[in-house]
Design a protein around this ligand. Structure first.
Ligand SMILES: *Cc1c(COP(=O)(O)O)cnc(C)c1O
Length: 356
């Protein structure tokens, strides 16, 4: 039984402390820490029993893992466009993508803002679809009175280094639909009933289903617990920087530069501050201009329907907004140690660029 008492494996003190922290703070019924949001999404695809030919609807403007997790199981990915006014999925375009083969909708909460979950939930209930939330960027965000990740059947979060709080690589899965609870526990235990064994419900543990090795070690979860204890501080600092950007750059709206829009009902966790330029050329020039001032700005997703892997497989309509965000969106620096005066400096340079 030495294995069971080994303190550096997963599922020991630190992982459990992280899981209970998340369950309490965000009112999640059940959380399992994972090694990434990617693996949490892959687990979600298994839990909802994706089979060859099932259709899964999701935005094209998202990270590869959102689609890859379901494609790995043989799903046909049905991509939806983003909204005109912000990069979240256009909820008004979702219902017409539903067919008899549709199994699930994946709602991606881009930049730490909620997509229109009332409408998306309504569609998934009406057509009896599973609703998965890719909340990788959205820890701490609320939609009306619910925390993101507590609305769909299953939700997936990331603790990758690029997110608000992290442990290098990590994440978690939230099980809201109780129908998936028992299987999720087996799935994350490499397909064994090890958890039932530890609780003394069975006298040995065995291979009972398919599974993953998805538990982070105590090295990662102890680091993560320290991050969690500071999450409110991290969020308030990031939000302060985000608001400083917003205030100072609001003058760009006159020039038809698109600033972030906080969707109705959503709070803001200060994850990303982005601008949408008028053309791809302008966006790339701005990146180069800022680079010359030693400011590191970056583009973001490459619309998945037009990706090298998918473009030959894509048979849907044109997705002009997803393509526009691919070409024109730029993210400005936003990290915990950034100072308000640095934000001021960056804004001055951005404004200079547009006044030329
Ligand atoms: C970061 C991110 C992921 C992947 O998270 P990992 O923890 O790196 O696997 C998936 N989806 C979205 C929307 C993300 O931003």
């Amino acid at each position: 039984m030495a294995m069971e008492t080994e303190m550096l494996t997963g599922d020991t003190y630190f992982s459990q402390a992280c899981e209970s922290f998340l369950e309490k703070k965000y009112n999640f019924p059940k959380v399992f820490l994972t090694n990434s949001c990617t693996i949490a999404l892959e687990m979600a695809a298994v839990l909802i029993d994706i089979k060859e030919g099932d259709e899964v609807i999701m935005p094209s403007y998202t990270y590869v893992s959102t689609a890859n997790a379901f494609a790995l199981r043989g799903a046909k990915i049905i991509f939806a466009d983003s909204r005109e006014d912000h990069p979240q999925v256009d909820e008004s375009k979702l219902e017409k993508l539903v067919t008899k083969r549709t199994k699930a909708i994946v709602a991606v909460h881009y930049a730490g803002f909620a997509c229109n979950m009332n409408r998306i939930k309504e569609i998934s209930e009406k057509h009896q679809l599973m609703l998965i939330e890719d909340a990788a960027q959205s820890i701490g965000v609320f939609y009306e009175n619910s925390s993101l990740g507590s609305i769909g059947d299953i939700a997936c979060f990331s603790f990758h280094e690029t997110k608000n709080i992290h442990c290098g690589e990590g994440g978690f899965i939230v099980i809201n639909n109780p129908a998936f609870l028992k299987r999720a526990e087996i799935l994350k235990n490499k397909g064994t009933n090890r958890s039932a064994f530890i609780r003394g419900e069975v006298n040995k543990y065995e291979w009972v289903d398919l599974g993953f090795s998805s538990s982070p070690s105590a090295l990662a979860s102890s680091f993560l617990l320290a991050q969690m204890e500071n999450i409110d501080l991290v969020e308030s600092k990031r939000k302060q920087l985000w608001e400083a950007y917003y205030k100072k750059l609001s003058c760009l709206k006159e020039k038809e530069i698109q600033l972030p829009v906080i969707p109705q009902g959503s709070s803001n966790n200060g994850h990303i501050f982005y601008l949408v330029c008028r053309s791809e050329t302008e966006r790339n020039k701005l990146i180069d201009y800022l680079k010359d001032q030693e400011i590191h700005s970056v583009f973001h997703y490459q619309a998945l329907h037009a990706s090298p892997y998918f473009k030959e497989r894509y048979t849907g309509e044109k997705l002009p907004n997803a393509e526009r965000y691919t070409g024109c969106l730029l993210r400005l620096p936003l990290f915990f140690d950034l100072t308000p005066s640095e934000v001021d400096y960056i804004c001055d340079k951005v404004i200079d660029f547009f006044s030329k």
